[in-house]
Design a protein around this ligand. Structure first.
Ligand SMILES: [Zn+2]
Length: 287
């Protein structure tokens, strides 16, 4: 079809005989629909007086030309946001990596300690704030200018600090090993760093397979991660035979009786619902 948008011949606007193909039509509708919704949500959140720049102030729907303007604005805003994030990240990362005026030493369970800044730890985590201010309800009182996080290895502590300073570091160079992500998710829960929790959950959820699902489920339970727990449970149910008859399941069952009860019930519920569906289908076919 000679589409006036995507055809290689579409170099000029030919009134009145323009035709548009289905994918271009669907795409244009989807884009304008998405941006209109976005615009309404923006207005709902901040008051309609804040209609931005070149957008028509009271337009009920926007055409593709308006949509393009909106896309350009979004791109510009994204660039500004990225620059601001990079500015903050580089400053904090430099202060940490070069050890500028560090005032605390963080000791991992294994390996050498890492110097850091009390202010950053306290700003990123309420738990650290209480620990450092000697709050009575804290996990551990500060011992001078050092704190210990014995549950983390040196590498895991490095990743944790790196994340607290820059909000990233989990995607750098080589893939972060799964066991480090497990430790970081538990740390995110323990020290109450929701942004780190979401980052770990997303990476672990993407990696769930039959080999690691039991360990993932255990960690999800340990860190109260409902997102990851659900993802892992789905995988267990989907590949029940492979998982439940694996050698790892024996040890898992000893450590996690509650989860095993849950798996058994979920499997039975799934079986029963499949049986009901089959019965219903048969009845319909009989009729
Ligand atoms: Zn087209």
């Amino acid at each position: 079809m000679d589409c006036c948008i995507c055809s290689p011949m579409a170099t000029m606007y030919r009134l009145p005989r323009n035709s548009i193909c289905a994918p271009c039509y669907e795409g244009a509708k989807a884009i304008t629909g998405f941006l209109n919704k976005d615009e309404q949500e923006d207005d709902g959140g901040r008051g309609s007086a804040k209609s931005r720049g070149s957008m028509k102030p009271n337009s009920a729907t926007m055409g593709m030309r308006d949509a393009w303007e909106k896309v350009k604005e979004t791109r510009d805003r994204e660039q500004t946001t990225n620059q601001r994030a990079a500015f903050l990240e580089q400053g904090f990362a430099l202060a940490w990596k070069e050890g500028m005026h560090t005032d605390i030493v963080v000791k991992p369970g294994t390996g050498p300690p890492i110097a850091a800044h009390k202010a950053i730890l306290a700003a990123r985590s309420d738990v650290f704030r209480h620990m450092l201010s000697g709050d009575e309800q804290c996990i551990k009182a500060p011992a001078g200018d050092a704190i210990s996080l014995p549950e983390l290895s040196h590498d895991e502590l490095f990743l944790l600090l790196s994340f607290l300073y820059t909000g990233g570091g989990l995607d750098d160079q080589d893939e972060v090993p799964e066991r480090h992500l497990h430790a970081l998710l538990v740390a995110a829960d323990k020290y109450d760093v929701p942004f780190l929790r979401r980052a770990c959950e997303a990476r672990l959820a993407a990696r769930v397979d039959t080999q690691n699902v039991l360990r993932t489920l255990e960690v999800a339970e340990l860190s109260s991660s409902s997102v990851l727990r659900e993802r892992a449970m789905d995988t267990v149910l989907e590949h029940a035979e492979q998982v439940v008859f694996s050698p790892e399941y024996d040890d898992f069952a000893v450590r996690n009786a509650g989860l095993c009860v849950e798996i058994t019930r979920a499997l039975l519920a799934k079986k029963m619902s499949t049986a009901t569906t089959k019965a219903t289908t048969c009845c319909i076919e009989d009729v």
